[in-house]
Each structure stands twice: as structure tokens, then as C-alpha cells.
Design a protein around this ligand. Structure first.
Ligand code: CO8
Length: 258
């Protein structure tokens, strides 16, 4: 399959997937997520691949779901057709390790995508955040569930309620990123980790991943479903229209709490 919004390559037994909508800071739309899902599935099924690295550009891993695409959606669109959220859990079904190599912005859906990977190696310019609150919505792909598991309730609440960004050092300190390296060493570090994993027995690697996820996930499925219903519900509000219209038109939003 040929892809338009992602790039794929292999290095030894490592598959590298690069999100590739640089002008939009890798904003995640349905086409990109379909392509990503398809590439992940193909690499997972390929016996020649032992580990996958997911990365973006220097400026942005991904600045979130595509706000322009979401701006006009109403509750009926997102709930009935499962728009935006429909193909996001594909990453969770990948049985081989997936490492997120994050530089630049990892915001909203971008932060959620990074957190869906097995671990995050961050460049020193990385910035993580869940700024959905500024758009009149809430995180919709695991942000309210995975972030507290990664950084604890206090910091997760701080990030989700204020919409502020945290830098790479804070992300490592709080357990979101496993390592921070200088930007120009990011891919070398991620590939090094991936190649190391490829040298181990694949069954043990897959079993280790499965076991750690078991400890980590608990009742995550219920949490995700709960979050999804609330996320969809925010599209019934005027504040969602206002928040997204304001972003698209580069103005400050005026929320009316409706
Ligand atoms: N969607 C669409 N376009 C975007 C997005 C986005 N999320 N982020 C940036 N862009 C576009 C900008 O509109 C701009 O386009 P143009 O050049 O045509 O005007 C271009 O990318 C460059 O952006 P900026 O000029 O704004 O660059 P700056 O360096 O000044 O700022 C920021 C970078 C701070 C990252 C800024 O772009 C920003 O705040 N972006 C929005 C971040 C955000 O709010 N993300 C959350 C989106 S909502 C979300 O992710 C919900 C997830 C729901 C679940 C996902 C589905 C399951």
C-alpha cells in the first residue's frame, strides 16, 4: 500500500514510521490514522520486523487531532459515525513493541498517540500537553485515562484542566518519558533501544509487553468508553464550536458555558 501522510522504512529488523503532515504539525486526521493503522498492522505481521519506532518531525510529533476537520462536527456526527476516534485503538492491538520517539509538540491526540506506544523517548525540545479544554472539549483517545496512570492524578489534573504544556525534563521526571536525549540524538537513541529489543527472543519480548500492559491497563477499557461518550458529548456544546472556530480563525475564544 502507498501512503501519503506517513513515511515508512526499515533499518535491520526495526520498522520506522514517520508522521508526515509537517505543515499542519502532523495534525491527525482520519486518513493519517487509517494509514498508520494499516502500516502498524503490516509491520506487526511481518516476521522480519522485531520492533517499531513511531516518530514525527523535529517541530512536532503531532499537535493533536485535526481541529479544522473537527470544527464543524456535531454530537450526531461524532457519536453515530465514531468520527475522529474510530481507528485509534488499532495501535493497542500491535503485539510487537512500539517506541515513540518524540520531538517538538505532542499535544492532545498527539500526546495520546505517544502514550499508546509502549514507551516514550523524548528529545530535549519535546513538549507534552492535553490542551483540549481550550477548545471546549476533553481528551478523546485515552488522555484522561493514560496520563494519570503515567504521571499520577495531581499532574494529570493540572495538565488536563489548565491545558498547559510540560517540557521534556518534567515529562521524564514525572514518568511520562523513559529517557530524554538531545534532539540530534533522538533517532539514534530510539533505534538503539529498538535494535537491542530485536536481539532478544521475540516470544519473551511479546510476553513481557503483554504482562506489563496487564498491570498497567486494569479497567482501562471501561475508562476509554466512558471518556469517549463524554468526548462525543462535548460536540453537542456551543463551546466546542466556539473553541474550534476561534482556533481556525486565529482569534481568542469567548466561551458561554453552553
Ligand atoms: N489541527 C489542525 N491544524 C493544526 C493543529 C491541529 N491540531 N495544530 C497546528 N495546526 C496548524 C495551524 O493551524 C497552522 O496552520 P496554518 O499555517 O495553515 O495557519 C500550522 O499547523 C502551524 O501551526 P501554528 O502556526 O499554530 O504554529 P505555532 O508554532 O505558532 O504553534 C502550537 C504551535 C502551539 C502547537 C499550535 O499550533 C497549537 O496550539 N495547535 C493546537 C494544539 C491543540 O489544541 N491540540 C489539541 C487538538 S484537539 C485533540 O487533539 C482532541 C483529541 C481527541 C481524540 C483524538 C481522536 C481519538
Amino acid at each position: 500500500m502507498t501512503y501519503e501522510l506517513i513515511l515508512t522504512r526499515t533499518e535491520g529488523r526495526v520498522a520506522i514510521i514517520t508522521l508526515n503532515r509537517p505543515k499542519q504539525l502532523n495534525a491527525l486526521n482520519d486518513q493519517l490514522m487509517d494509514e498508520l493503522g494499516s502500516a502498524l498492522k503490516a509491520f506487526d505481521a511481518d516476521d522480519g520486523i522485531g520492533c517499531i519506532v513511531l516518530t514525527g518531525s523535529e517541530k512536532a510529533f503531532a499537535a493533536g487531532a485535526d481541529i479544522g476537520a473537527m470544527a464543524t462536527y456535531g454530537f450526531a456526527d461524532v457519536y453515530k459515525n465514531d468520527y475522529i476516534t474510530r481507528n485509534w485503538e488499532q495501535l493497542r492491538s500491535v503485539r510487537k513493541p512500539v517506541i515513540a520517539a518524540v520531538s517538538g509538540f505532542a499535544l492532545g491526540g498527539g500526546c495520546e498517540l505517544a502514550m499508546m506506544c509502549d514507551f516514550i523517548i523524548a528529545a530535549d525540545n519535546a513538549k507534552f500537553g492535553q490542551p483540549e479544554i481550550k477548545l471546549g472539549i476533553i481528551p478523546g483517545s485515552g488522555g484522561t485515562q493514560r496520563l494519570p496512570r503515567a504521571v499520577g492524578k495531581a499532574k494529570a489534573m493540572d495538565l488536563v484542566l489548565t491545558g498547559r504544556m510540560m517540557d521534556a525534563a518534567e515529562a521524564e521526571r514525572s514518568g511520562l518519558a523513559s529517557r530524554v536525549v538531545p534532539l540530534d540524538k533522538l533517532m539514534e537513541e530510539a533505534l538503539g533501544a529498538a535494535l537491542q529489543i530485536c536481539d532478544y527472543g521475540q516470544i519473551a519480548v511479546m510476553a513481557a509487553k503483554e504482562a506489563v500492559n496487564r498491570a498497567y491497563e486494569g479497567t482501562l477499557a471501561d475508562g476509554i468508553m466512558f471518556e469517549r461518550r463524554l468526548f462525543h458529548a462535548t460536540f453537542a456544546t456551543s463551546d466546542q464550536k466556539e473553541g474550534m472556530d476561534a482556533f481556525v480563525n486565529k482569534r481568542k475564544p469567548v466561551f458561554t458555558n453552553r
